[in-house]
Design a protein around this ligand. Structure first.
Ligand code: URA
Length: 449
């Protein structure tokens, strides 16, 4: 949808800011005008910021959210994978601690006959990023140009890359503005930001993993559900098959938090092992990807298919093939001990005997960032070797002095701040927690499954 530029436009920016400030709903043409003007610079940042703040305070209708997503999506290139001979599916997570499912899902679902063109992100705040994990594999290239992305997809059914300059440039501009004007926290703006990038991948179906709990951006379940429903509806309006799983992020997913060791844990799952929570969540998400992509008649069948593919070794083979095609050193995949490692260990021990009743999961993510496993500033580089190996999770019994987790680092001095954070993040009580929280809290999907 191309819009006239500011000088030829029938709209005045200030009128649109006032309209939103007073609780009105903007038309698609008005939203298109703002997005285009904000992206090409013809509307100044201070006016865009005023409009964004009005959206934060007044909200948007579903129609406005869809129009905003549409304009942001079409501000750049929309990839076309119609040449691929099967349906294309993807998964998006809102971000968590130890959340490494993408590395397992892409090859698993590709091995089941669907295509997975995955454009991923880097760590954000206390959460880890898929690209940072992949780059802990020596040589792995996440910056493929579109023709090479196509080649890898055709050859092995999946490819994982970073956002190109050409995809959703409006989001890049608006996100940078939101970041410094206190306007990130709006479900409408988050929905348009995420969905504009994901829809640009040109997939037929998208499964959303919307995290909730102490390690998620949406700490309250009701906020996670609201965002999930908004994203599902927005995707459906654009003709995509959509489902969202609201999943638990009250403790790290799996046992490892830190890039290279997370890759190692993914390889364990692809070989049929790995921690039960990580494996179970991957099976659930893959089942939905197969179902929405039309590779299984029901979600239950999709789950069975996923289990069979892992057991057959085909998912691991696809992962190995993708790593090779994207320049990664496959000797590290065949022998994960060759991935980057940090030789020093610092144990974080429990002061009391009892049961783990809660983990301040965001603090665990922050501890990893402080060690160098994430970025405190945009320009920071990542140390792929540092990590936190989590030994005790919610419900586990501990004795006094027993290790709750182990910090993998390069010296005692490096671990001081992370150790304090980790010690403080565990709650130990005399009695075990009274109920076990399910991994999938609920599913948002309109049809039968
Ligand atoms: N992630 C995004 O890509 N956009 C947002 O607005 C928030 C999280």
């Amino acid at each position: 949808m191309s819009q006239p530029n500011v000088s030829e436009s029938p709209f005045r920016t200030i009128d649109l800011i006032r309209k939103k400030r007073d609780g009105g709903a903007l038309s698609s043409a008005e939203i298109g005008y703002l997005v285009n003007g904000g992206t090409d610079g013809s509307i100044p940042d201070y006016q865009m910021a005023a409009w964004l703040m009005a959206v934060v305070l007044r909200g948007m209708t579903r129609e406005e959210t869809a129009a905003l997503t549409h304009s942001m999506l079409h501000s750049g290139e929309v990839l076309d994978f119609s040449f691929l001979p099967a349906r294309k599916v993807d998964k998006h997570s809102t971000g968590g601690v130890g959340d490494k499912t993408s590395l397992i899902l892409a090859p698993l679902v590709a091995a089941g006959g669907l295509f997975v063109p995955m454009i991923s992100g880097r760590g954000l705040g206390h959460t880890g990023g898929t690209l940072d994990k992949l780059e802990s594999i020596p040589g792995f290239r996440v910056g493929l140009a579109v023709p090479e992305f196509h080649r890898v997809l055709k050859a092995c059914g999946c490819s994982m890359i970073g956002q190109t300059e050409k995809v959703a440039p409006a989001d890049r501009k608006l996100y940078a503005l939101r970041d410094v004007t206190g306007t990130v926290e709006s479900p409408y703006l988050i929905c348009a930001s995420i969905m504009s990038k994901k829809l640009a991948e040109g997939t037929d179906a998208l499964v959303l993993d919307v995290k909730t709990g102490s390690g998620a951006f949406m700490k309250k379940e009701e906020n996670a559900v609201f965002l999930a429903e908004l994203m599902v509806e927005t995707g459906e309006r654009m003709g995509k098959q959509m489902a969202a799983l609201i999943t638990d992020m009250n403790q790290p997913l799996g046992r490892m938090v830190g890039n290279a060791l997370e890759v190692q844990e993914c390889i364990e799952v692809l070989h049929g092992g790995g921690p039960a929570d990580l494996r179970d969540l991957c099976l659930e998400l893959a089942a939905w990807m197969f179902y929405l992509g039309g590779a299984s008649k029901t979600v239950a069948q999709g789950k069975q298919l996923s289990e069979e593919i892992i057991a057959s070794g085909k998912a691991f083979d696809r992962f190995r093939q993708m790593v090779e095609l994207q320049g990664g050193d496959i000797s590290t995949i065949d022998d994960p001990a060759r991935l980057p490692t940090a030789d020093h260990r610092v144990e974080v021990r429990s002061r009391h005997a009892g049961y783990v009743t809660a983990i301040a999961c965001e603090q665990v993510g922050t501890a990893c960032v402080i060690l160098g496993g994430g970025r405190e500033r945009k320009e920071d580089s990542i140390d792929p070797a540092v990590a936190i190996a989590v030994h005790k999770k919610i419900g586990d019994q501990v004795s006094a002095g027993e290790a709750l987790c182990t910090i993998h680092c390069h010296s005692d001095a490096q671990a001081v701040r992370a150790r304090i954070l980790l010690e403080e993040s565990y709650q130990i009580a005399a009695a075990p927690p009274t109920h076990k929280t399910a991994m999938v809290h609920r599913v948002i999907y309109k049809g039968e499954h």
